[in-house]
Design a protein around this ligand. Sequence first.
Ligand SMILES: NC(=O)c1ccc[n+]([C@@H]2O[C@H](COP(=O)([O-])OP(=O)(O)OC[C@H]3O[C@@H](n4cnc5c(N)ncnc54)[C@H](OP(=O)(O)O)[C@@H]3O)[C@@H](O)[C@H]2O)c1
Length: 240
Amino acid sequence: MGQEIKGKIAYITGAGRGIGKATALEFAREGVHVGLIARTESRLQEVAEEARSFGVKASVATADVANWEEVEQAVATLEKELGAADILINNAGIGVYGDFLDIDPEEFRRVMDVNVFGTYHMTRAVLPQLIEKNRGDIINISSSSGLKATAGSAAYSASKFAVQGMTEGLMQEVRRHNIRVNTLNPSLVATELAFGEKLDEADKEKYMQPEDLAEYMVSQLKLHQRIFIKQSLQWATNPF
Ligand SMILES: NC(=O)c1ccc[n+]([C@@H]2O[C@H](COP(=O)([O-])OP(=O)(O)OC[C@H]3O[C@@H](n4cnc5c(N)ncnc54)[C@H](OP(=O)(O)O)[C@@H]3O)[C@@H](O)[C@H]2O)c1
């Protein structure tokens, strides 16, 4: 009774590794054509090649999402190669943690530029395509740190709390166009962002995997267009 996502077109940021890569491949497995954005082209090309093995179209465009001109150009490339988007996954993000006084002002600014302005730039560039279709989905990957801050998370939490506000405001504005805008708020996921290189394979298994988030997004996108999950928080069952 839900909806088919096969044949839809999704643009995914931060698609070179981690949650973005897993999402691109899971979408491709479901028959969704994927447009991949990040800064490192070689990784995007590898993901695109793997995605195409599922029989979908996959295109690559490099951009630093913090840079409006690069985003505009990347979105134009994807639109030309794949067509207008049905789905936008704002996933590109960086983590900055540490005691408040230890965080360099430039680092604080950068986390806001990538996590907040990156989401804003991508949405600004893609939203007209969804409005034109009078339907669509925007999923913003915030974080459990975007719902509850902890010691050491002030910079990262500031950026992810901002994403919640932007999401809520936009959602209220565009739901009349049948556009569903929401956040996913995962706790720890076994990726480079959360753990760097320091986690061994056995420990990794305790945490949520990027694929778990990707499957979650697919199930959410398959809900009937008249319903959506406004905000969700993903936790590992037993990370102890
Ligand atoms: N892992 C976790 O525990 C966790 C928990 C909650 C929320 N999240 C959120 O989930 C999202 C994905 O995280 P992840 O763990 O998958 O991270 P990751 O493994 O570090 O991957 C991040 C991806 O984003 C891209 N990226 C980084 N900065 C970018 C920029 N300025 N412009 C364009 N692309 C950029 C990276 O590629 P390039 O470096 O090539 O650009 C990479 O493809 C982030 O928003 C993060 O805050 C993660």
